[in-house]
Structures are given as structure tokens and as C-alpha cells.
Design a protein around this ligand. Sequence first.
Ligand code: SF4
Ligand code: SF4
Length: 407
Amino acid sequence: MEVRRAVSVDKYFKNGNSLLRDEEKNQRLNIENSNSKESCKIDLYSPPENVEILVNATQECNLNCGYCFVNKGRFNFQEKRQKALAPKTAKHLIEVLPNRLPWAKHICVHFYGGEPLLNLSAINAALEAASNNADLFSFAVTTNGTIATDEAISTLTRGKLNIILSIDGPEHIHDTFRRTIKGEPTHAKVLEFIKKARSKNLFIRGSSVVRKGWSLREAHSYLETLAVDAIKAQAVRLPLSNPMVLKGKERIDYFNDLKYIRNLTIENLREGKCPKDDRFSARVLQLLCRRKRESFCGAGKRTFGMSSEGTILPCVLLAGKEEFNLGNIEDEGEWVQKGLLWAEKNKPRKECQECWALPLCGGGCPVMLSVCGEDECEMVRENCENALVIYASFLERTEDLLLLAGV
Ligand code: SF4
Ligand code: SF4
């Protein structure tokens, strides 16, 4: 079975555009010529033009989630670390990026942490600096949704930040792990945050962590009840030895639930609706455009991380691991070249060269692979397999798949 897939998936991509039917070629042209905001989403296959930089606005958190994989904002720092991004560094970042990345037509600055909304002054400084360059910059934030002050909502609204919001499930599920450092529950605060952000028409992606005792189907169904624009529930990212990790029957159920979401995606597309859970979209669009994924996430090339003190890394999850430092935002821009070299050196591993999913996977996230090992690969392969099924269901009407690109 795996050999058959290896031959067919690889051959499919090798044949490239020459196998596109005429109507498919037209679709690509339409996409590439369109200037509309939605159709730009498909440009995620033009790496050098779209760059994302994840910036640690803080390296501390007001919560103490049991499954946190960034060590409550401490990342990999051993002892001393800078806890907050200085507003002047945030401003400097925005000022130098256009020169450092002259090929970029769009740069998304994504505030990360810890809890980034603890540092509104740095976020405001970045927004202010970008105000004359609104076509180049957009902003996003990953937040735990516990800071729903008027000041925070006004910053989010001013910068039209896309919000990735963590909410695990109903109160008793969410509050099991997502409590403040003093042990207080946070579910009610997050609902208040959603209400306030929605009233300002901000885009919200609800994200929840699936773990022992809380299934993907349950998390997905809960997210569907919220007033958010997009949803994604995923298995907890921890070593297999951790008691929260899905094992045995729960793991089998997880894969079955993925198939359930895949079938919902197919149903939605048949009804002309864009699925709220868009986990398969990028890979289905890869199949539609016959674009191999050159790397898993473009780390060092089209995605970078910046820690609070201004150190640039191929990925923000590596903050505090000195061996991965590419330079500092104050440097002349050597970090850009070093990033390209890092990406060049970190090509897919030998195991990946032999894996049928490589064209759709790109070689996996090195950080997650080092935490979750083969478990991560199994998850990725399952997602690739489901993307293939979705694509195959629309072979006669591939134009219906354009909904996944917002077209
Ligand atoms: S809110 Fe995020 S960064 Fe903070 S402890 Fe929870 S998972 Fe970690
Ligand atoms: S990371 Fe895993 S799933 Fe992805 S190509 Fe490599 S072996 Fe395959």
C-alpha cells in the first residue's frame, strides 16, 4: 500500500503542470492574476514573497497550563532571560524588515509568547511603526484570551490582528489545565474575550488541545458552537511517555475523528461552503496546484522567530537554544543569509526521502519531531492521506476546491 502511494504521489508531482487540464491551468492563472485579498491565500506557495515572523512579545505567561510546550514562556532559556520585548526593539523590527527582506511583498508579524497581550506597549509600538506601510505588513497574535481589557481590544482592533485563541472545551474541560498561575479558572474570561473581539469584527481562530479523556470529535464539536471564524483541535504535543498523550483506543479514535472531519470537509465543499476546520486546505491546494512542499514550514527562509531580546531564529520555538541563533535584529542583516544557509542545511532527513508523504509534508517540523518522534510522522501522514481523499473526491469538479483558498 505504502509503495503504491510512494509511486503515485511522487509521480503526480513530478509530472507537474504539464498534466494540468486546460480548466485547471485557467484556475491557476485566475488565482495568480487576482489582487483580491482572499485569493492571496493561495500564495502560500510563493514562499519568498510571503514571510511570517513570530515575535515573542513576552517570555512569561499569566497561565500555568499543564501541557504547555513553551515552558510557560521560558522556552529553552536556562536561567536569565528577557521577559518582555522592548517597544523600541518592536519599532526597530518593523523599520528594518523591508530592507532586510526586499523580496517580500507581504510580511506577517505574529506576536507570540508566553502571553503576548501582557505587553501591549511593544505591540502598539510595532503597529505605530507599520502605519505608513499597511500594504506590506499584517499582524496576528496567539493568545490565551484572558486579557479582555478595553486597552487590549482596542490594540487588536487598531492593528486588525488575526487572533489564534486557545480554548479547550466547556468550563470543566478547559479549566482542568488552563488556569492562572494562582490556580484560578479562565474559561469565563475567554468567552468574554471572544464576545468583545467579535463585536469589533476581528478574525478569530479557535484552537483546542485534545488529550487523554477529551477527544478530537468532542473538541471539534465544542469549537463549532463558538462565534469564531476558523477552528482547529489537535492532539497534545508531548513525549509519548506523558500521561496526557493519546494512546491505545483513544489514539485510534483520534484517527477516526480525523476522517470524520475530512468527510465534513467534503460535505461542506459539495454544499459550496468553506469548512471552518481548514486543517486539510493547504495540502489539498498543493495537490490542486501540483506544488510540492519544499519544506515543512519554510523555517529560515519564509518564517523566522524573534525572541524578546531581539535574537532571530529559524523558528521561535528554538528561543533560548544558542546554537540556533542567526543573529540579532540590530545586526546588518546577516541573519537573513544565515537563515537561508540553515534552511539549505536542514533539508528533509534520509527517512523522509523514502517516505511517500514527502511531497505533501515537506520533511516535518524538526522541533516537533524531536519532541514527539515517529508519533508526529504518523499524524502528518494521516493528514496527507485525508487530503488525498478530499482531492480525489473532486477530480471531476476541481473548481469546487478553490473554496479552500477563499476564492
Ligand atoms: S497560555 Fe500558552 S504559553 Fe501560557 S502556559 Fe498556557 S500553553 Fe503555555
Ligand atoms: S517528517 Fe515524517 S511524515 Fe514527513 S516526510 Fe519525513 S518521514 Fe514522512
